[in-house]
Write a protein that binds this ligand. Structure first.
Ligand code: 6GU
Length: 228
C-alpha cells in the first residue's frame, strides 16, 4: 500500500511513522508513506495557501489553487483508489472502514486547516470525506496519522503474528477480553485459574464470554451495530 499525504505541516508526521509497527511495515516494503508540503504548490511569492472567505465570516479558507495543483501532480504519477479529505464533517472512521480501505493500493489523504477548504475542491477532486470522531482538531494531520496507522497494521505481513489483527477489539464486533502475564500471583491478585487449565475449548469459551460481557457493559451500541 502507498499512502500520500498532503499537508501544510509535513514535519508533524516524522515522529509517529518512525516507530514500532509502522516503521517496520515501511522497512519491509509493505507500506510506503509520502508526505507532501502543500506550500510548494503555491504560486504566491509568500507561499500563501489561504485567503478570506467570500461573504465574510470567521477564519481563513484554504485556497483551491495550491491544493488542486498538488492533487493533479500526484494523480499524474499514481492512480488513487481514494482521495480522502480529513474533516470533522466527514464519515466517522471505524474498523469496518479500516478493513475496506486496507485492501486499497494507493490512497491520498488531504489534511485541511483554518475554517476549511474551498468547497470546489471537495466537489470536484475528493472521493471520500473522513472524520475520526465527534470533536474538532486543529487540523487534519493527527486524524490522517490515525487513519494511516489503522490501515497499515491490517496489511498482511505487517503484524508479526498474522492472526493478531483478527483478534483486535472491534474486528469481530466485540471488545477484546482481558489478558494476563506472569506472575500468577501479583500482590495477592491472581490470574483466572481457567487460563492455566490447559482446557483449550473452555478457554475459548471464557474469552468469548468476557469479550461479550465487556462489550455489553462498556459499548452496548456495538452489539446492535450492523452498519458499515
Ligand atoms: Cl479529520 N479533522 C479535524 N480538523 N478535526 C477532526 C477530524 C478531522 N476528525 C475529528 N475531528
Amino acid at each position: 500500500m502507498r499512502i500520500d499525504i498532503l499537508s501544510i505541516f509535513p514535519e508533524m508526521f516524522k515522529g509517529p511513522f518512525s516507530h514500532s509497527i509502522i516503521k517496520r511495515a515501511q522497512e519491509k516494503g509493505l507500506a510506503e508513506i509520502h508526505v507532501h508540503d502543500i506550500r510548494i504548490y503555491s504560486k504566491n511569492k509568500h507561499k500563501k495557501v489561504d485567503d478570506y472567505p467570500y461573504a465574510g465570516g470567521a477564519g481563513m479558507v484554504m485556497m483551491a489553487e495550491p491544493i488542486v495543483s498538488a492533487i493533479e501532480d500526484l494523480k499524474s504519477k499514481t492512480n488513487y483508489d481514494a482521495i480522502v479529505f480529513m474533516t470533522p464533517d466527514g464519515k466517522v472512521f471505524n474498523q469496518n472502514i479500516a478493513n475496506h480501505f486496507s485492501s486499497f493500493d494507493n490512497i491520498l489523504l488531504l489534511c485541511g486547516h483554518y475554517k476549511g477548504i474551498d468547497e470546489r475542491i471537495r466537489e470536484n477532486y475528493i472521493t471520500h470525506e473522513m472524520s475520526i470522531g465527534d470533536y474538532v482538531l486543529s487540523g487534519g494531520e493527527l486524524a490522517a496519522m490515525i487513519v494511516t496507522d489503522a490501515l497499515i497494521r491490517l496489511i498482511p505481513g505487517v503484524l508479526g503474528d498474522e492472526t493478531s489483527a483478527l483478534s483486535d477489539s472491534f474486528q469481530d464486533g466485540l471488545l477484546s477480553p482481558p489478558v494476563y502475564t506472569r506472575p500468577f500471583d501479583f500482590k495477592g491478585f491472581k490470574v483466572p485459574e481457567i487460563l492455566l487449565s490447559g482446557n483449550e475449548k473452555a478457554i475459548v469459551e471464557w474469552k468469548y464470554q468476557k469479550a461479550l460481557e465487556r462489550t455489553q457493559n462498556r459499548r452496548p451500541d456495538l452489539l446492535k451495530n450492523d452498519e458499515l
